[in-house]
Design a protein around this ligand. Sequence first.
Ligand SMILES: [Zn+2]
Length: 384
Amino acid sequence: MATFNETANVYFGDQALREAMPMMKKLGTKALIVTGQHVAASSMMEDLKNLLCEFGFGYFVYDEIAGEPTVDMIEKGIKEYNDGGCDFCIGIGGGSPMDSAKAISFFVKNAGLIVSYNGTKLTGSRTGVVCIPTTAGTGSETTKFVVITDTESGVKMLLKGDVLIPDIAVINPSYTKGAPKSITAATGMDALTHAVEAYTSKKAMPLTDPLAIDAVKKIMKYLPEAYENPYDYEARSAMAVAAFEAGVCINNSSVTLVHGMSRPIGAMFHVSHGLSNAMLLKDCLSFALDGAFERFADLGRAVGVAKESDSDVAIAEKFISAIQELCAIIEIPTLREYGIDSGTFLELRDKMAFDALVSGSPANTRKPVTIEDMKKIYKRVIEE
Ligand SMILES: [Zn+2]
């Protein structure tokens, strides 16, 4: 049986934050604002603080989410929440602050070590949580997933459970304007990976298929524009919609091989999530292709790379070429160009392949994936 879930209250557009305030009243009276230092010093944060005051909320700012969240960052956030007398959370920023807010909202209500929840389905209660994305990428504002790195074991833990789906998403595309090119590229490729993986996943479903196709079309068209012209509202708006759609897709249809293999690279070599996905995309999709020619061909037709006389196989291959071209336009580096030492990478590939398999994501690919297959793909990618 397949169920379909997404964030229940989604506010979109330039006035989204103001419009969300009455609904936020239902969550609590004092917010822990979870963010990073860059957003903490931005005009977006000023907007948020001003509106919270205008609507009679108290708040406390926890701005120590530096990069992708670790167990330590979440534990500190739980302490700040309790010390500050907060009763709900607001995550504002990219995927990391949003994931952190979701995790804090859960762990303030649930005892036990964070690592003990790895691999389990999170259930139970949490405090209210609002997500405000300032990048177009992870879709965390609508997903049941949180990724937290356990620095002790070097594992990026994927925590999941419907309880982690935020109560409110506030999407104002203007908040993504002016993001640096490298962030636009990496987060945009994360969203593309979500849409492609969900559409070609074993768990793909009729309710997510149209969203996945629309997201892929929008990203292939608008990511280069958002990359070249960071203040182009049309491009930023299309990317914000696509990232949300792609988030809904993975929430219900899951990711597959790329995400499975990407998390260990992030944990071992500190490559950002979207970038490690982008670096793996061509080789993982090429591997997955013969399990789902028809599905990949659908995507190729949607983005306009197909001729009428082409076979599904030919269109699927053209789709992968189009993704490669996109990666070139937005200057995605190879692992070696990024500065990763191939000797160290190859030494760690057994552990990475094992961690990828254990995450469960590769098993959603529409063909069997073994540890040996993943070791071969890691080798191919580091040799490029
Ligand atoms: Zn992702």
